[in-house]
Design a protein around this ligand. Structure first.
Ligand SMILES: *Cc1c(COP(=O)(O)O)cnc(C)c1O
Length: 422
């Protein structure tokens, strides 16, 4: 498609966009009395309008049924989380029994490390990407220290080449082969939070498995954003948060995936709690732990219903739209945004550079040369919500569920004015 940087053309794209009606499913913050142009769905997704109903329902059941709500609410609480498994399985490319919802992301990565990082003298190294998300770095460092290793030795970071903004798959695989039989685990972000790069998760998973390591993925920026096939790729485990592209609300519950080959086994080390034991015998209050046949075996506590209710509401939307349709729009809208940026770049003195590679999802990271922060402030004041990452990157994520092509056009005009006047 040949794009044009005009309002008329943007409106034409919106008119033929099958997902356009979903815009009305969300609440938008207002700036200067108008809905904002929201580019930070990669940080905190907008609130779906239908979420309120799901939360109200739980509040009502709690008010009217109290403890009886566990079994007699319309959606009983004791197995409420199971309602998310089908939808989540579709979003991450897993069987419903391979997914569960519990805790928060960093907590879950630690819990999964109990099962999948079991180093010994010979095999103890972890491969991750250079400058991984800080929480992942702290998590990995503390895990290696917990097992008596020096993180400087046990953590192997894959670097980008000098002068390049992205990782090369061949370099990651070469590093996996180099560490070889010392490699205990590969744990990386499937979509990098900084440059928006989508790693070749399939190739990396296969390479890691080939040298005998476990392979896990932090999917914080990948879930609800890019095509995932965790089961077919043979990934051992994964975890993600739900508040970025999945719009489930601030700090909300995390999802996990555990490959089916580890399910229904009692020889897997794991931290356990009563919500991981079989439902049929749970309330007999026996002292023997009998793991549920699904990834729910990793659940410790009874889940926070008030927080998984918004997650269920959000999954309903994803289920209606489907990942394929979502990704199709995403490709077009991100390409259109890229086009608009390039057009603006031609019209003003070049001040920025897109550092996101072609292997991308929803995000374009724009490196601003020069007066970056003032442009960011100008955008915010003029109703464009982006985010800023030091030293001088603006991240733009036009989430396909609620961003329009017209937004992209208007953004371009605001950006141009910002560059010319700040
Ligand atoms: C957002 C994000 C997190 C956040 O972790 P929480 O435990 O939910 O606070 C972790 N890792 C990555 C890669 C992220 O992008």
């Amino acid at each position: 498609m040949r794009f044009q940087n005009t309002l008329e053309f943007a409106k034409k794209l919106d008119a033929s966009d099958a997902l356009a009606p979903y815009r009305n499913e969300f609440h938008y913050p207002q700036v200067n009395g108008k809905d904002v142009i929201y580019f930070t769905g990669n940080s905190l997704g907008l609130q779906p309008k239908r979420t309120q109903k799901f939360v109200d329902e739980v509040m009502k059941d709690w008010r009217e049924l109290a403890v009886e709500g566990h079994f007699y609410a319309e959606k009983p609480w004791w197995d409420y989380h199971e309602r998310l498994a089908n939808g989540l399985g579709k979003v991450v490319g897993a069987k419903p029994k391979e997914v569960s919802v519990m805790n928060t992301l960093t907590v879950n990565l630690h819990l999964l490390m109990v099962s999948f990082y079991r180093p010994n003298e010979k095999r103890y190294k972890i491969i991750c990407e250079e400058k991984a998300f800080p929480s992942d770095q702290y998590m990995l460092q503390s895990q290696t220290r917990f097992h008596g290793f020096d993180p400087k030795e046990a953590l192997v970071e894959v670097k980008k080449r000098d002068g390049e903004h992205t990782w090369r798959t061949e370099d990651i695989i070469a590093k996996i082969n180099e560490v070889g039989d010392e490699l205990a685990l590969v744990l990386m972000g499937g979509v990098n939070y900084y440059n928006g790069q989508v790693l070749d998760m399939e190739a990396i998973t296969k390479a890691g498995k080939k040298v005998g390591a476990y392979v896990g993925w932090d999917l914080a920026h990948a879930v609800g954003n890019v095509k995932l096939n965790l089961h077919d790729w043979g990934a051992d485990f994964a975890a993600w948060c739900s508040y970025k592209y999945m719009n489930s609300g601030p700090g909300n519950a995390s999802g996990i995936y555990v490959h089916e080959s580890y399910l229904d086994r009692d020889d897997i080390p794991r931290f356990e709690g009563w919500w991981g034991t079989k439902k049929e015998t749970r309330f007999l209050m026996q002292s023997e732990f009998d793991p549920i046949e699904t990834a729910d075996a990793w659940q410790l506590s009874n889940p926070p219903i008030l927080s998984i209710a918004p997650y269920l509401a959000s999954l309903e939307l994803f289920d209606e739209v489907g990942m394929d349709a979502l990704i199709e729009k995403q490709k077009t809208i991100v390409s259109y945004l890229e086009f608009v940026l390039q057009e603006i770049d031609k019209e003003v003195d070049s001040t920025f550079e897109i550092i996101t590679p072609a292997a991308r999802g929803c995000q374009l990271s724009v490196l601003l040369h020069g007066e970056g922060k003032s442009i960011f402030d100008y955008l915010m004041k003029n109703g464009v919500i982006t985010d800023w990452r030091e030293p001088n990157v603006i991240r733009l994520a036009p989430a396909p569920l609620y961003c329009s092509y017209e937004d992209m056009y208007h953004f371009g005009q605001i950006l141009k004015k910002g560059i010319q006047t700040t």
